[in-house]
Design a protein around this ligand. Structure first.
Ligand code: SF4
Length: 433
């Protein structure tokens, strides 16, 4: 029987568009309305050839199919035997599963980190340094008359961000907005801008500090900053000062270039200065659909948003020391559990090499590059399609993820798998004491 699910939240990027209409026929998704190409591609093809349908344990160069009980027992044994296991991923699963993952890391005394470590970790550090002037995306949609994308290309990376919240959206109090793009190259988003500022690579900090001078009506004693004529920066400063409500969205083009968290410090400080003159907010363009939720749950449970080390028996946080890449590059971890992430495809090669050298357990719905190199693969459901849960949008608003189809027979959710491993770890520890 055909069924249409309305107000479905898209489990792809951190825009978490919650207006999808998904048609299900005989347990299969056959149509998706309102979604972008990413959303349609995932929802219509998630159950593809790469799907893992049985728990797997490595036997030499091959995998052998086993029961969940056996895979869970082996996983728990490997993790309890390790001295310094790493728990990595978490940005593509539900808050409920992340909660259990943190409990597991604490029980074992390992270190737990999220994919923030390779994208918006510097944003978190910048926010911890100088605070954040922000709002919901709804406020931006209804009130903003100036939108700035800095080191971010939403037309490609967050395809409905502009349609739902900024220049192509119609707000209650504001319909027309000016668009400014600051980037090192003319992106698709830049082609739509009223003002595009091409910046020299790694010079964001200088430009942000120059803008802080210009919005105070002070003068710069140079002709160019980062290859940009001062007259152009004066034009941008004037647009910023004269708007009624401005919003600056920044991506990894700001967080991962030279300066990193200092760039974010400077951007937030600029926005703080602007709020003496007008209303302005700043927001990171988070990537994976629940990377913001991972920050949230980590912070509730440990006091810290990512890179949390439990090896001393209490949570410690020192990115650069306790973050996944640094631990892997120093070859300190001796086992890993990867959940809802593909670090072999995304981490630096040396870090990935150490990850796969030690016992590696992967919880994932499909055979990712990391799963192919794992010792144990525990297949899971797709959150937001086959399992419900909670995720946080990039503006820190929590939204429900729906279950719209049944998972393949016998496949468990991330939360259930992690709960089973935690139960088994506690049983092993009790027996040992
Ligand atoms: S913009 Fe992001 S959340 Fe919205 S439909 Fe596209 S992929 Fe999904």
């Amino acid at each position: 029987m055909m069924e249409v699910f309305k107000a479905v939240t898209c489990p792809v990027c951190a825009c978490l568009c919650d207006d999808l209409e998904v048609t299900v026929d005989k347990g299969k998704i056959v149509d998706v309305k309102n979604g972008c190409a990413f959303s349609k591609s995932k929802l219509l093809n998630y159950n593809g050839k790469q799907r893992v349908l049985k728990p797997l344990i490595r036997k030499g160069n091959d995998f052998a199919e086993v029961s969940y009980d056996e895979a869970v027992k082996q996983a728990a044994k490997l993790l309890t035997e390790a001295n310094y296991p790493l728990f990595y991923g978490w940005s593509m699963t539900s808050c409920e599963a992340i909660r259990v993952g943190i409990e597991l890391a604490e029980e074992i005394g390992g270190v737990i980190d999220t994919t923030s470590t390779i994208c918006h970790g510097p944003s978190t550090l910048g926010i911890q340094d100088v605070g954040l002037v922000s709002s919901t995306l709804g406020q931006v949609r209804h009130r903003a008359d100036l939108i700035i994308y800095w080191g971010s290309n939403p037309l490609i990376a967050h395809p409905r961000h502009m349609e739902r919240y900024t220049v192509f959206s119609k707000g209650r109090f504001q319909e027309k907005r000016k668009l400014v793009v600051v980037d090192v190259r003319e992106t698709e988003t830049a082609k739509k801008a009223d003002l595009f500022i091409r910046i020299e690579p790694n010079k964001d900090f200088e430009v942000l500090q120059a803008l802080r001078v210009l919005i105070r009506d002070d003068e710069l004693d140079v002709e160019k900053v980062a290859g940009i004529p001062v007259a152009t920066l004066e034009k941008l400063a004037e647009m910023m000062v004269e708007c009624k409500f401005g919003a600056l969205f920044f991506g990894s083009g700001l967080t991962m270039t030279e300066g990193k968290n200092r760039n974010v410090d400077a951007a937030i400080s600029l926005i703080r200065d602007l709020n003496r003159i007008t209303k302005f907010i700043i927001m990171p363009m988070r990537g994976h659909f629940n990377v913001t939720g991972a920050d949230m749950v980590f912070t509730w449970q440990t006091g810290f948003p990512y890179a949390v080390d439990f090896s001393m028996g209490y949570p410690r946080y020192n990115p650069g020391e306790t973050s996944a890449i640094d631990i892997l590059l120093r070859q300190e971890s001796d086992a890993a559990l990867v959940v809802a992430s593909d670090p072999v495809a995304t981490l630096p090669r040396k870090a990935a090499e150490h990850l796969v050298k030690n016992p590696l357990i992967v919880v994932d719905p499909h055979m990712s590059a990391t799963a192919k190199l794992a010792d144990i693969v525990l297949p899971s459901t797709f959150v937001g399609i086959e399992a419900k849960g909670t995720a946080y949008r990039m503006d820190n608003v929590p939204l429900p993820l729906k279950k719209i189809v049944e998972p393949p027979t016998g496949i468990l959710s991330d939360e259930d798998i992690l709960s089973k491993i935690l139960f088994e770890v506690r049983r092993l520890k009790e027996n040992a004491s």
